[in-house]
Design a protein around this ligand. Structure first.
Ligand SMILES: NC(=O)c1ccc[n+]([C@@H]2O[C@H](COP(=O)([O-])OP(=O)(O)OC[C@H]3O[C@@H](n4cnc5c(N)ncnc54)[C@H](O)[C@@H]3O)[C@@H](O)[C@H]2O)c1
Ligand SMILES: O=C(O)C(=O)C[C@]1(C(=O)O)C=C[C@@H](O)C=C1
Length: 363
């Protein structure tokens, strides 16, 4: 029996647990410091067994996943290192930063166990076990940060276990990880929050800001709804990298200001061209880097009941919708619905069915 202990069964820990639970020879143990949370994990069927005892979870584990917030990783590594760990036990984490946790792991004595940092590049602005999903990590990149002291055999065993997540494992140096993920995840979160707060302050004087905010604002600001303490920890942990990135960001904004001041139409067009070209090269159907899944857009007349009719049409044909969203809805004009599916097969079936039923569908 392979025992996998998960500390912090929230969005990411719960999603990993759902991928591992029920797999041959695997038993998933959920740890929480609160008894009520342990009961919730068990009732929701996310883990096989649960405990509030660090020792009980750690000492029987062959794999330990630390899925607590970044600010709690040091404390848990210290507490776990004080336990009698199994020889060959692999400890990993899923934190959004990788350099600091590698340092904490080096500073404790793990005996016959070893630490390999990890970070699945998938997630959402939601948190808690309620948001966990078996599909969350599918096709996403999953970064591992072994160093020259990590036994390749241990990396092999962890990679094999993680194959149940259907993520693509990629090895990256921990410092490089923090530079790159700082730019593609942490910086965008700061920008989204600053932008929302800028508009929030205008909205205090005129509520039309909130009413008129449409697709563009929503698309660029979804991530501003991330869990505040979770993001506080991530940003503070990666602050040296982020201070440098913010300097670059400011100079990018200054360049835009200069283009406007000098009426430089060509430079503005060129900036959009370059950005559009780079963005179109990014794989569309990969979760994580861009939060794009299997989506299509349906033109719909703006009258009540249309969402229900489309959802029933798909449901009656056993096509599972993962999300449905009105992205344009004004009185007197047709609206657009964004339909999201879990895989290409559902998307293809949905497009065929909707077109057959007379709807105009775009991708
Ligand atoms: N949210 C994302 O999109 C995302 C993506 C990849 C990685 N991560 C990383 O994954 C980790 C978990 O994030 P999440 O989004 O799953 O958050 P979450 O809030 O959904 O889950 C965190 C879990 O840790 C538990 N927890 C919090 N403090 C604890 C403590 N002191 N002791 C024990 N348990 C505690 C919570 O009860 C919860 O079950 C973080 O390190 C985060 O940086 C997040
Ligand atoms: O899609 C989102 O909402 C996320 O915030 C996921 C996201 C990201 O920025 O891409 C956030 C934090 C992680 O550590 C990894 C992925």
């Amino acid at each position: 029996m392979t025992n996998v202990a998960i500390f912090g069964v929230g969005l990411i820990g719960g999603s990993i647990a759902l991928c591992l639970k029920g797999k041959p020879g695997i038993r998933v143990i959920g740890f929480s410091n609160r008894e009520s949370s342990v009961q919730k994990y068990i009732q929701r069927g996310v883990v096989d067994v649960g405990t509030t005892s660090i020792r009980e979870a750690a000492e029987q584990a062959d794999f330990i996943f630390l899925c607590v917030p970044v600010g709690n990783l040091q404390e848990y590594l210290e507490k776990i290192s004080a336990c009698k760990l199994k020889d060959g036990c692999i400890i990993t984490d899923v934190g959004s930063t990788k350099s600091s946790v590698a340092g904490y792991a080096r500073s404790v004595d793990l005996g016959g166990a070893c630490f390999i940092g990890g970070h699945p590049m998938a997630g959402s602005e939601r948190s808690g076990v309620e948001a966990a999903s078996y599909h969350l990590l599918e096709n996403a990149f999953y970064v591992l940060t072994p160093d020259e002291t990590t036994p390749p055999e241990a990396v092999g065993r962890l990679t094999e276990l993680l194959s149940y997540t259907r993520a693509n494992i990629v090895k990256v140096d921990a410092d490089d990880h923090d530079d790159i993920v700082g730019a593609i995840s942490h910086l965008p979160h700061m920008i989204a929050v600053a932008l929302v707060n800028q508009v929030r302050s205008y909205n205090e004087r005129n509520g039309l800001y909130e009413s008129l905010a449409a697709g563009g604002f929503r698309d660029i600001t979804r991530i501003a709804s991330g869990d505040p303490p979770l993001w506080r920890d991530i940003l503070l942990d990666n602050r040296q990298v982020l201070l440098r990135l913010l300097r670059d960001w400011r100079s990018g904004m200054d360049e835009f200001a200069a283009m406007l001041e000098t009426n430089d139409a060509e430079a503005i067009e060129e900036a959009f061209r370059q950005a559009g070209e780079f963005r179109s090269r990014m794989p569309e159907r990969r979760k994580g880097m861009i939060h794009s899944v299997y989506d299509c857009y349906v033109d719909v007349p703006d009258h009540p009941g249309i969402i229900g009719r489309i959802a029933s049409l798909l449901g009656n044909n056993r096509i599972n919708l993962s999300n449905i969203q009105i992205i344009e809805s004004r009185e007197d004009v047709p609206g657009v619905l964004r339909l999201s599916f879990r895989n290409q097969e559902y998307l293809d079936q949905a497009i065929a069915l909707l077109e057959e039923s007379g709807y105009s569908v775009h991708q």
